[in-house]
Structure formats: C-alpha cells, structure tokens
Write a protein of this length. Structure first.
Length: 399
C-alpha cells in the first residue's frame, strides 16, 4: 500500500500571492516511506499549494520514490553550493561584469527538471546557472564561463547570462526578450510535429514588458505548446511588485490563456505543477499556460545589489530560517525515514567537494586567445584581420 504524506500549514494561512512572503508549508503529517528506494509512494500536498485561473487544479497527490527525493536534495544542494562558489569568486574579483545568483530559488530549477522531458526546451533571463547545469551542462563549464575561460560553456565569451545547451536556450541579457523567442521555439516544435513544449521564463520585473503580452497573444492565437513561467521573487531589481504592477497575480495576466500559481519554495509542488503544465500543452494539446512560481531570492538582484535597501535583514533571515526549500525537503526526508541527518550531511559534503573540484578545474582553464573573438560571430573566412586597441600601439593584426 502506498504511503501517504499530508503537507499542511501551521498557523495563519496566506494566499500564495500575499505580500508577506509566506510561501511554503511549515511541517508535515505522514506515514513511513517504503524501504525500497525505487518503490513509488504518494505524497498529498496541502490544498493551498496551487491557485488556478480558468483551468482545473493539479492533483494534490504526487507519486515519488525515495531515490527521486534524494536526487532532488542532492541537486538543490549542489546548485546552491555552485552559486555560493560564484559569489565567493565574484567577491574575490575573479568574476567581472554581471552576475545574478539563484540562491533561495533552487526548488524552481530542480523541480522543473523533474517535471519535464529531456527534449523539452527552456529559455530564461538572468538567473540561469542552475538551468544550464541541469539541462546538460556542467558545473565546471558554468564556473569557467563566469571566469572568462576557454573551458566555459560559451568558451569564455558569453559570461553569466549567455550559457546554452541543446535544450537550454540561455540566459538572455535583455529584460523579457527571451519570452517571444521561447514562443518561437514552441512554434518550431509545433511545426515539426514534436511532442514537446518550451518553457519561456521571466521574472516579476519583466512581466510588464510589452513583448511578453505580444508573445501571449501569438501563442494563444496559434495554440502553441508554450508554458510562460513567471519566477515571482517579489522585488524585480529592487522594486516591490505592488509598486510596479497593477495586477500582481501574474498567473491571471494571460487574458484567454489559463494560469496556475504554485508554491515555488516547495520542490514537490513545483514538480507537480510543471508536470501538469507539460501535460496541458503537449498531451492534451490545450495550448499555452501561464505558470507562476512564488519564490524568494536571498541575495540582491545582482552582485552589485546588497538587497537590503528595499527589504529588511529580518525578512531575509525569516525566509532563510522558515521557508528554505532545501531545509524544508531535508525535514521531510528525515521525518519520512528516507534518510538520516548524517546521510544528508554526507550528501552536502559530497556536493561541496564536487563544486570545489569543478572550481579548481575551471581556474586551470586558459583564457581564450584574442582571435577567438571572431569565432562563432563571423562566417569562416570573413573574420576581421585587425583588432583596434585603445591606443595605436595596442592594435593587433591576426592574418
């Protein structure tokens, strides 16, 4: 008989869109998980895990296995360790330029990966490092790219926001511009008859861009398999959502496109929502869906933003201590008998060692030579023969 875990909220319940950043369950009421790591068992999410707009709610009962839960924990822990390493390298002035970290939002990227197909496509904005790794990249490739080294996923020429894999279309530097590109990718899937969809991601700050609404219109007009994913971490670059958006229920902003809001700090709810969205667009051929993750970033918008001028340190600390997605899953795993505290600490230790090794290898990667500036930009044989420097003597002729 499948085990049943019921997730419930302690204390006062708030809607997911509430301003107070109460976004996850606080405790669980459960039965023991099965001893076999591959045997499925059922979790029942709290009834407030989802809010919908013109579509039925996803099933609250989620099928998981012990091995999948442990993989979720390992992946979230590793992604956070990677972002922490990037933070340290930036502060050591080894990473230059833009750098946007996803510490606190790990349940979104990992939960999505557990709800989609390897041939589905994902495109996002700034906070792209975890997606790049989970979609087929490597930690070494991400760190080397941030360091501007030839071993980076874009050969050291793209930086933080321009990292790609065959199923991950970036990281994009123009706010909201990736959304119509994602709709275009979904159009290609539909045109080719592929049984897949594209997840076009953006933040609450980008949600007011006109091109987002244009993409909504085209996707609905042509019934494209596009999942528009709003990562609502509540502050954009530093402006509370209520000050920039007349409607902060982002999942309702698609007009004739149905919407789903999910607790983005609960990885199991995130997985279920993404699987539901994929079924909606691909299996049931219902066309696009707007999916909103209510989540939270612990750091600033970017490394140049301390993240404390528009919110209190107490708020951030409260979120870290009560709503953290990794600690929440850790608590579940221990209470369900999936893993002991010592076993989970060992996973974290291994994740740190993996990231440390990747950082060391990335540092050893050489910087790309100057002539690599032209590669992947100009057609072979048409590259410029001269690079102009700041001064005449700094110019360089290649051919």
């Amino acid at each position: 008989m499948a085990s049943l875990a019921r997730v419930r909220l302690l204390g006062r319940r708030l809607p997911l869109g509430a301003r107070g950043v109460q976004t996850t369950a606080d405790t669980t009421q459960l039965h023991q998980a099965p001893s076999d790591a591959s045997e499925p068992f059922t979790l029942k999410l709290h009834e407030d895990s989802f809010q919908t707009y013109n579509c039925p709610k996803p099933d609250l009962e989620v099928q998981v296995t012990k091995s999948e839960l442990l993989e979720m924990y390992q992946q979230m822990t590793t992604m956070r360790r990677m972002e922490m390493a990037a933070d340290a390298l930036y502060k050591a002035k080894m990473i230059r330029g833009f750098c946007h970290l996803a510490i606190g939002q790990e349940a979104v990227s990992v939960g999505m990966e557990h709800g989609i197909d390897k041939n589905d496509r994902v495109i996002t904005g700034y906070r792209c490092h975890p997606f790049a790794v989970l979609r087929g990249g490597s930690i070494k490739g991400v760190i080397a790219e941030l360091l501007g080294r030839k071993g980076g996923m874009s050969q050291g020429k793209g930086g933080s926001m321009h990292i790609f894999t065959p199923s991950f279309f970036g990281g994009n530097g123009i706010v909201g511009a990736q959304v119509p590109v994602g709709a275009g990718a979904a159009f290609a899937q539909q045109y080719k008859g592929e049984k897949n969809c594209t997840f076009a991601m953006y933040g609450d700050g980008a949600s007011n861009q006109g091109q987002v609404f244009e993409a909504y219109n085209m996707a609905k007009l042509w019934n494209l398999p596009t999942i528009f994913v709003c990562e609502n971490n509540k502050y954009g670059m530093g402006t509370p959502a209520e000050r920039s958006s007349s409607n902060t229920a982002y999942f309702t902003r698609g007009d004739k496109i149905p919407g789903l809001q999910v607790n983005g700090m609960d990885i199991i709810a995130a997985k279920q929502a993404v699987a539901y969205a994929r079924k909606w667009a691909v299996d049931d051929q219902n066309g696009p869906l707007v999916l909103e993750f209510v989540t939270y970033r612990y750091g600033g918008h970017s490394m140049s933003d301390p993240g404390t001028t528009y919110r209190t340190r107490e708020e951030v600390q409260r979120m870290r201590s009560t709503q953290d997605p990794i600690r929440g899953l850790q608590r579940y795993l221990e209470e369900w008998g999936v893993a002991t505290e010592q076993e989970l600490k060992a996973i974290d230790k291994e994740a740190k060692a993996t990231v440390d090794q990747a950082v060391a290898e990335a540092k050893e990667s050489p910087e790309p030579p100057l002539e690599d500036l032209w590669k992947d930009v100009y057609f072979k044989g048409t590259e410029p023969q001269f690079l102009r420097g700041r001064e005449r003597e700094e110019g360089k002729r290649f051919y």
